[in-house]
Design a protein around this ligand. Sequence first.
Ligand code: ZN
Length: 394
Amino acid sequence: MAVRKSQSKRSGKPTQFTTLRVRLYPTPEQAELFEKTFGCCRYIWNRMLADQQRFYNETGAFFIPTPAKYKTGAPFLKEVDNQALIQEHNKLSQAFRVFFKDPEHFGHPNFKRKKTDRDSFTACNHVFESGPTIYTTRDGIRMTKAGIVKAKFSRRPQAWWKLKRVTVDKTRTGRYYCCILYEYAEKEPVPVIPMEDTTVGLKYSMRHFYVDSDGTMADPSQWKKQSQERLAKIQRSLNRMQPGSKNYQEAVQKFYRLHEHIANQRRDYIHKESRRIANAWDAVCVRADEMNELNKITSLGNVCDSGYGMFRECLRYKLARQGKQLLIVDRRFPSTRTCSACGRVMPEEISTRRRTWACPHCGAVLKREANAAQNIKTQGLAQYFEMQERRESA
Ligand SMILES: [Zn+2]
């Protein structure tokens, strides 16, 4: 299934397109009609193209005659769905449009041959007062001329999807398929109001990727550590080799492959982890750490490499799709040196070497990272409610 996004011109609401590909089981009569339609589409395409070229050679002007012009000379065209013929006209016009725009990339439209070109036709759905011309039934698709063709759906279309058009094609192995294009308005998610116990705070952690306000640590570390060690090993051996030698070339290839492998693992992890968090919580609070600054202070590993920026971005849109929010706290907020138990702010930064510290005012013993995550959460929620209040009073 493919999803395309676009802005609807009429309502201004974002619309999406999606396609379902279904296998068709036509009766022998319906199959014969399909074959005729394929043939007529090829015929009309070639006639229109030939006349366009002749017209261009004679007058120097661009013009494609409409399919209706050919019907008297070729009455068999009346046997098939007229919509399919009109679509050939649209496709040919479109082929010329892209050709004129970018001739090198698209090439001049060619004549179609039965042997080399794929058998297919397209028909648009028209909704009349009496109903649509194309629609799906429980186990079939109703088309103009063919009637209901038996079909096997792997997925059902949703009730609010609008059927735009269908494309029927035949594979080299003689199977018929139908691609159904649907359009639908994107639904606005209902805003979710975060609560104390449905909100989580995340603190970026060099060692654990992140630590949350409950003290839970993310741990992508196992594969990450292993891969990184292997990477370092190849890098060391590269330093010893003669650049340009065969061994060197092989090691470079190995290095690239491993790099790619690590990047894939990281992307996988980030998508899964952000999905899990976005589903489990109503709001997520993070600090707007500057990635450049984090880079400067790190000696243990590269922050950009750890993918925390990508992780935050994934969180943001995965939450937004559910009407939830990523609450971002100012990067100057002293998350680490604030005591989450009594709220007092210490005058000095807590060393990153210390895993725990005790508040001199209330005596609470705090885990450095979990305490910071808790403060980020408290601050994020406070910011959220402050903003809501301001909005209501305005
Ligand atoms: Zn305290």
